[in-house]
Design a protein around this ligand. Structure first.
Ligand code: NAD
Length: 356
């Protein structure tokens, strides 16, 4: 395969030729019919290897709406009480969990016990202990666990990773990740520790953590972090407003990152090496993802991230395809271990070492 903007590339998603694949179509039920669930459902209408066939919701009216909007049969609709029965439904291969963060663990484990593959939104869980339980449950049930890391299939992101691997940036020395937005409604679940598991870090800071790892191409060995809070009424105990954190990598690179719910215009990655640099701005929005390197502007095509992600996930599940950057439970767990360490560093004011 060769994409015109990436001569010699061998491992990017094959956007144009997905149709040629003879593989099976992944039949997916979405759990949690909220704003991101709807975005995924819309994007899936253009998928070639994945199909939206089911829905799980606590609101009967939403299920009715989805049945007519996406042509979903009533027999493939469930609520949060009865969705374990999905194990008897031979027309569903996978469940995509798109609910508030703190619900992911139990829901994914129930999906695994029903014998269905689980796709889970980020953050995979609210701490590494829960993440490990999900990985274990899916392994035991012999189903795959994948995390909705849509940027792992994004062309400009993958071009930077290709350049770094090819040595075009030289030895990588520094990464900066800025992730944030000004959050509105104080009553939303994202500001409720019980449902969100934290604040900005769980929701948006995770993009800088995940990005630091795929841009630098190593796993961090230490973390330091500092928290600031300007509004303790809106951001209650355990709900972080702003955290700056630093990561140290085994090759000597360092990362400096910002996670916040108080400022807009923060969606930027900058990677610096001894021979060159790469910048993405915006780096993680729904696109177009834009950027440049020391060689010039990045010109990869704008894709609908969730369409490509679901087609690629079908190939991962059915053909055991290995993506350039993993999207499996082990990958989700790595981010959760770093989040745990960041919270510990904030609490103790100390550098926290990360082990394997
Ligand atoms: P949302 O509030 O729009 O939707 C959440 C859905 O979960 C709603 O339909 C709600 O009814 C349902 N739900 C089920 N049980 C609930 C409960 N006990 N309390 C509250 N709601 C409950 O949120 P969203 O923006 O769709 O986020 C859902 C998940 O998707 C989160 O984990 C979030 O981090 C993730 N997300 C990922 C991306 C991405 O780009 N990958 C973007 C947005 C959100």
């Amino acid at each position: 395969m060769a994409l015109p903007f990436l001569p010699g590339s061998v491992s990017l998603p094959d956007f144009e030729n997905l149709a040629y694949q003879q593989g099976k179509v992944l039949r997916v039920a979405i759990m949690g019919l909220g704003s991101y669930g709807t975005r995924v459902a819309d994007a899936m209408q253009a998928c070639k290897r994945a199909k939206l066939v089911g829905a799980i919701s606590g609101t009967p009216a939403k299920l009715k709406d989805w049945q007519s909007k996406y042509n979903i049969p009533a027999k493939n609709c469930y609520n949060y009480e009865n969705f374990d029965q999905i194990k008897n439904n031979r027309d569903i291969d996978a469940v995509y969990v798109i609910t508030p963060n703190a619900l992911h663990r139990d829901q994914v484990i129930r999906v695994a016990k029903a014998g269905k593959h689980a796709i889970c939104e980020k953050p995979m869980a609210i701490n590494a202990k829960e993440g490990q339980e999900m990985v274990d449950a899916c392994r035991q049930a012999n189903v795959k666990l994948l995390v909705g890391y849509r940027l792992h299939f994004e062309p400009n992101t993958l071009e930077i990773i290709r350049m770094r691997k090819a040595g075009e940036l030289g030895k990588v020395m520094f990464f900066q990740g800025l992730s944030g937005f000004k959050i509105g409604d104080p009553k939303q679940w994202r500001l409720n520790k019980e449902l969100a598991g934290g604040g900005a870090m769980m929701d948006i800071g995770i993009y800088s953590i995940n990005g630091a790892r795929y841009m630098v191409g190593e796993e961090p060995v230490w973390v330091t972090a500092q928290e600031t809070k300007t509004d303790p009424v809106k951001f209650k105990e355990g709900v972080d407003e702003t955290i700056q954190f630093q990561l140290g990598f085994p090759g000597g690179a360092v990362a400096s990152c910002l996670s916040t719910y108080t400022m807009n215009n923060l969606d930027r990655f900058f990677l610096n090496g001894e021979k060159g640099f790469a910048e993405l701005f915006p780096a993680t929005g729904y696109g177009p993802i834009k950027g440049r390197t020391h060689k010039g502007e990045l010109t990869g095509p704008h894709t609908t991230h969730q369409t490509v992600q679901m087609d690629e996930m079908a190939a991962i599940i059915f053909d055991n395809k290995q993506p350039v950057v993993p999207v499996d439970g082990a990958e989700g767990l790595k981010d959760l271990k770093i989040i745990d360490a960041i919270f510990q560093a904030v609490k103790t004011g100390r550098k926290v070492e990360l082990k394997g």
